[in-house]
Design a protein around this ligand. Structure first.
Ligand SMILES: *[C@@H]1O[C@H](CO)[C@@H](O)[C@H](O)[C@H]1NC(C)=O
Ligand SMILES: *[C@@H]1O[C@H](CO)[C@@H](O)[C@H](O)[C@H]1NC(C)=O
Ligand SMILES: *[C@@H]1O[C@H](CO)[C@@H](O)[C@H](O)[C@H]1NC(C)=O
Ligand SMILES: *[C@@H]1O[C@H](CO)[C@@H](O)[C@H](O)[C@H]1NC(C)=O
Ligand SMILES: *[C@@H]1O[C@H](CO)[C@@H](O)[C@H](O)[C@H]1NC(C)=O
Ligand SMILES: *[C@@H]1O[C@H](CO)[C@@H](O)[C@H](O)[C@H]1NC(C)=O
Ligand SMILES: *[C@@H]1O[C@H](CO)[C@@H](O)[C@H](O)[C@H]1NC(C)=O
Ligand SMILES: *[C@@H]1O[C@H](CO)[C@@H](O)[C@H](O)[C@H]1NC(C)=O
Ligand SMILES: *[C@@H]1O[C@H](CO)[C@@H](O)[C@H](O)[C@H]1NC(C)=O
Ligand SMILES: *[C@@H]1O[C@H](CO)[C@@H](O)[C@H](O)[C@H]1NC(C)=O
Ligand SMILES: *[C@@H]1O[C@H](CO)[C@@H](O)[C@H](O)[C@H]1NC(C)=O
Length: 572
């Protein structure tokens, strides 16, 4: 195979990772005329690669060879089209342009089986999102890293009761020997398809004549390119704080935490100091680098928690409540609960001001934006409640939540069968260390309502964040969506519950989360990070980070390090 002879048009210095070569003759010897003059490169600008991930023993994901991988383009729009690339086509290797709806485990297995004929894969974004759902995560997320195992609560281990993420096909945990890219822009996809139609389709179904349209895929250098992006992104995440005394985990992970009442962070709290923990996660993931919108899997929840924090802080007696409240935003939970396990480890070793024994109760927000009707489900752990003391504490926690919800007509709190295990959650990492009384609030009673868990389709549209056509960005920013109202309801319940749990009594039913805050946060994190509000609340030296990407929705944090995973951010 050749990307053919010296003197190819030089790389125009573009930063793109995927380039479309048209008129390039691919098979040495069959080249007609002067290939140099006929070779035209069209760089593709809006693409995202699948990247390589490593842990101590395995590798998953993909990367290209150092010089890139080149192949004749073949467009696969329906399953029958695969025949050509898998067996019939005379000019392998092929770069397959795969219709988004066909990016399934079945099809990918077939391509893996003939990897010698496949130089790479470019996947177009399905529009609208696949109706039956798509999740490259597994059906039982974080299995093996939570509290249930073969030796503890084995009846709950490995999602025996039911799969939380029913549509998960595990693609994100597979290893591929060829590069895979996402084509994010429809117009660019059409450029490739046009080139394919012009050069690679023969009118009568026979082998097309040269020259052919080919594609070259580069992703080898991606880790280097992306370290900066990753670092910037973490900076934004950790600087977007709810109170000034934000502190980051000192070692590479960026959990964000903050206390309602400031404490001396040089030491540890006294054993009888009580702290109510409100927790959620910051991170999300998808099959493709830098595309992890996580609207339902993370953004809606951390926004709800931010809104609850704002509401609680406005309570006139917030500074004098008998118990403190700690808001935590865990980072890296997708990968083996990196963030929460680190915090638990630090608490156990006296390296964190709050100790496990200080935890009075633990309220976690799971996925909350896709409530059917008004229900918000309270998930608890059956194992710890075998101890009567814990059982009673959990009962107090649940009834406090119910009382707090009573004054909020848009939210109905519901209990679950006590013999149902917790969904994947940070609380599980705390329960491994101590039987804290805790609850996970979620929109689902059993399997996720989210049909796009950790996929490219978990976007604003997935949680119904849409705006009337023709509005200006400024109007969109301030347009209160139904989703914002619904999440503000959840935030109000959370804030009131935290207030009561912290021992407050005077303002039980006046604490109120602001739908305007919620709607602006949704806009900022899911639609456009560079908006006038984010500009106005960020420190001047951080503002430039809002515009690092031309179509910048502030996408999701990547992870910086892990005991087991050598992360994608690390350059080789
Ligand atoms: C990508 O950007 C370059 C430079 O702006 C442009 O020449 C090229 O046509 C773009 N590629 C596509 C497929 O639109
Ligand atoms: C590495 O990842 C593989 C595949 O996900 C998993 O089976 C294995 O247990 C992991 N190894 C370690 C040491 O975490
Ligand atoms: C695609 O091209 C059409 C027509 O040229 C244009 O109106 C549209 O904005 C383009 N879409 C994107 C996402 O650039
Ligand atoms: C198909 O068309 C090509 C030219 O487009 C021609 O060379 C070839 O003979 C045709 N094959 C058949 C089987 O008709
Ligand atoms: C914080 O705690 C440290 C160590 O316990 C102590 O030396 C320091 O004086 C305290 N600071 C304040 C402001 O109380
Ligand atoms: C989202 O919008 C659709 C269409 O308007 C509606 O049917 C659906 O119930 C909404 N979902 C939620 C969670 O609000
Ligand atoms: C139950 O939990 C309480 C508080 O965590 C603990 O003090 C007690 O020893 C536990 N009882 C049993 C029987 O394990
Ligand atoms: C709770 O679940 C268990 C086991 O799945 C079942 O036997 C029991 O009947 C359920 N209880 C209620 C009240 O639904
Ligand atoms: C929590 O309680 C259960 C049941 O009482 C007990 O088996 C388990 O060891 C406790 N866990 C911890 C971390 O103490
Ligand atoms: C507020 O809530 C607390 C705890 O749930 C309760 O003890 C108190 O009576 C309530 N106060 C009012 C005024 O309702
Ligand atoms: C970022 O947002 C600010 C305020 O809305 C605006 O003035 C500026 O032009 C934007 N920058 C980019 C690159 O879009």
């Amino acid at each position: 195979m050749a990307t053919a002879g010296g003197g190819c048009v030089a790389d125009p210095g573009s930063r793109s990772l995927l380039r479309l070569l048209s008129f390039c003759v691919l098979l040495a010897g069959l080249c007609e005329g002067n290939s140099v003059e006929r070779k035209i490169y069209i760089p593709l600008n809006k693409t995202a690669p699948c990247v390589r991930l490593l842990n101590a023993t395995h590798q998953i994901g993909c990367q290209s060879s150092i010089s890139g991988d080149t192949g004749v383009i073949h467009v696969v729009e329906k399953e029958e089209d695969l025949q050509w690339v898998l067996t019939d086509g005379p000019n392998p290797p092929y770069v397959v342009l795969l219709e988004g709806t066909l990016f399934t485990r079945d099809v990918m297995e077939k391509l893996k089986g003939r990897s010698g004929r496949i130089a790479g894969l470019a996947v177009s974004l399905a529009k609208p999102s696949p109706a039956s759902g798509f999740s490259p995560s597994v059906q039982c997320p974080n299995d093996g890293f939570g509290v249930y195992s073969n030796s503890y609560g084995s009846q709950f281990a490995h999602c025996r009761a039911f799969q939380w993420n029913k549509v998960g096909d595990g693609l994100a945990y597979e290893d591929f020997s060829f590069p895979i890219f996402l084509l994010e822009d429809e117009n660019e996809t059409n450029v490739i398809k046009q080139c394919y139609r012009d050069h690679n389709l023969s009118p009568n179904g026979s082998a097309p004549a040269f020259p052919l349209c080919a594609m070259q895929l580069f992703s080898h250098m991606h880790a280097v390119v992306s370290t900066v992006t990753c670092m910037r992104r973490s900076l934004i995440q950790s600087s977007f704080s709810i109170s000034p005394e934000i502190v980051c985990d000192p070692l590479s992970d960026y959990n964000v935490w903050s206390l309602l009442k400031p404490i001396n962070t040089s030491g540890t709290l006294e054993p009888d100091d009580r702290v109510v923990v409100a927790a959620t996660r910051l991170d999300s993931r998808s099959f493709f680098w830098n595309v992890a919108p996580g609207a339902e899997s993370a953004v809606a929840s951390f926004i709800t928690q931010l809104a609850a924090a704002e509401a609680l802080q406005k309570a006139p007696d917030a500074a004098t409540l008998p118990r403190n409240v700690m808001f935590v935003f865990f980072q890296g939970e997708t990968f083996d609960y990196i963030g929460s396990s680190r915090m638990v480890y630090d608490m156990e070793n006296g390296k964190f001001p709050v100790q496990l024994e200080n935890i009075d109760s633990f309220v976690e927000l799971g996925q909350v934006a896709l409530r059917n009707s008004l229900e918000l489900w309270m998930h608890t752990d059956p194992m710890s409640q075998k101890n009567e003391t814990v059982l009673n504490q959990v009962e107090v926690l649940l009834s406090t939540l119910e009382q707090s919800g009573a004054g909020v007509p848009t939210v109905v709190l519901r209990r679950l069968n006590q013999s149902q295990p917790l969904p994947p959650s940070s609380l599980q990492r705390f329960l491994r260390a101590r039987n804290v009384s805790g609850v996970v609030l979620a929109d689902h009673s059993d399997s996720f309502h989210n049909l796009y868990y950790q996929s490219i389709y978990d976007t604003a549209e997935n949680i119904n964040v849409t705006y009337p056509a023709g509005q200006s960005p400024e109007e969109d920013l301030n347009f209160v969506t139904d989703t914002a109202k619904a999440l503000a309801g959840v935030a109000t319940v959370l804030a009131r519950a935290l207030y009561r749990l912290a021992g407050g009594a005077s303002f039980n039913d006046t604490i109120q989360a602001d739908p305007h805050t919620v709607t602006r946060l949704l806009y900022g994190f899911l639609v456009r990070a560079n908006n006038s509000w984010f500009q106005s609340i960020l420190r001047p030296d951080l503002r430039s980070y809002l515009v690092y990407h031309p179509d910048s929705g502030l996408r999701h944090p990547c992870l910086l390090s892990h005991r087991h995973l050598l992360h994608q951010c690390q350059s080789r």
